[in-house]
Design a protein around this ligand. Structure first.
Ligand SMILES: [Zn+2]
Ligand SMILES: [Zn+2]
Length: 257
C-alpha cells in the first residue's frame, strides 16, 4: 500500500517544496502566499501512516512551540482541524493540503495581529465537537449571528442560566413561558409567543444545551492545559494562561520565578 506521506508528496501544491521523503515521513518548506512566511518559508515535518500529522521540523523555530490559542499542540504538532484527515488518494491529499494552507493563513493573521480569525476557529479539544454542533443548529434555525455573539461572550439568552430553557438532559421545559428569542404574535396585540407554540422550540433547546456542554468542555480543557504546566507564549493579545500568570499575587508566596 502506498503511504499517506507519499500521496501527499505526489500532490504537493505549488507553495510546498518537498525536500526529503522517508518512510512515512516528508520534510519540506511551506511558502504560503499572503503570510509572513511567503518568502522564507516554514520548515515542516509531516509524518504518520494513514492520517498524517504536521509540525515544524524544529518546533519553536518560526512559530511558538506550544500555544493553545494558536492551535499549536502539546505534542508539538499543528491542530489543523477537529479530526485528522485520512489521506488515501489524490482528492483526500488536496483536502489535506488545503486545510494546512488555511491553517497557515490563520497563523499569519495571529502572528501579525495577536488574534486568531474568529470565524475560522473551532474550540479546543472536546469543546470543538460541541461547538461544531452548536454552529450547525444555529445555522439551521437562522440564529448564526446571535450565536456568534454569544460565543464571543456577549450577554445572550442562549447563555442566560436564569431563563431555564432546558432540563438536565437537554429537553425543552417551561412551555408556558415566553419564547426566549422574543417571538411575538402580531395578530394578538404583540403578545409573546409561548415556548410550546414556537415551531423551533426543540432546536432552540438543543442549541442552549449544546452551548452549555461546550462551555463545560472548554473549562475542562483549560484545566487540563494548566495542570500540564503549559506557559503562555506571549504572542497573543488575550490568553487565559497569561491572565493566570499576571493574576498570581506575590504576597501569596507562590512559587519563585
Ligand atoms: Zn420562537
Ligand atoms: Zn500563546
Amino acid at each position: 500500500m502506498i503511504s499517506a506521506t507519499a500521496i501527499l508528496a505526489a500532490s504537493a501544491p505549488f507553495w510546498f517544496e518537498v525536500e526529503r521523503q522517508g518512510h512515512h515521513k516528508l520534510i519540506g518548506v511551506a511558502k504560503v502566499p499572503q503570510t509572513p512566511w511567503a518568502g522564507g518559508g516554514l520548515r515542516l515535518s509531516i509524518g504518520g501512516v494513514r492520517s498524517p500529522h504536521v509540525g515544524e521540523e524544529t518546533p519553536g523555530t518560526a512559530l511558538p512551540a506550544r500555544c493553545p490559542e494558536r492551535h499549536l499542540q502539546e505534542d508539538r504538532t499543528f491542530c489543523v482541524g477537529l479530526r485528522r484527515l485520512e489521506v488515501d488518494g489524490p482528492d483526500a491529499a488536496d483536502r489535506w493540503w488545503e486545510q494546512l494552507r488555511q491553517w497557515i493563513r490563520c497563523q499569519g493573521v495571529a502572528e501579525r495581529t495577536g488574534v486568531w480569525p474568529p470565524n475560522q476557529a473551532l474550540d479546543h479539544g472536546e469543546a470543538g465537537v460541541h461547538h461544531e454542533r452548536a454552529l450547525e443548529l444555529a445555522r439551521s434555525i437562522g440564529l448564526e449571528e446571535e450565536y456568534a455573539a454569544a460565543w464571543l461572550g456577549e450577554p445572550s439568552w442562549i447563555t442566560d442560566p436564569d431563563l431555564r430553557i432546558v432540563d438536565r438532559r437537554g429537553g425543552p421545559i417551561n412551555g408556558r413561558a415566553p419564547c426566549p428569542r422574543g417571538c411575538r404574535r402580531r395578530a394578538s396585540r404583540n403578545a409573546p409567543i409561548l415556548r410550546r407554540k414556537c415551531a423551533r422550540r426543540r432546536e432552540i433547546a438543543s442549541l442552549v444545551w449544546m452551548e452549555r456542554l461546550r462551555l463545560k468542555s472548554l473549562d475542562e480543557y483549560w484545566r487540563h492545559v494548566r495542570a500540564s504546566g503549559t506557559k503562555c507564549c506571549g504572542t497573543m493579545l488575550t490568553c487565559p494562561l497569561r491572565d493566570d500568570q499576571n493574576g498570581t499575587p506575590e504576597e501569596e508566596g507562590g512559587s519563585p520565578h
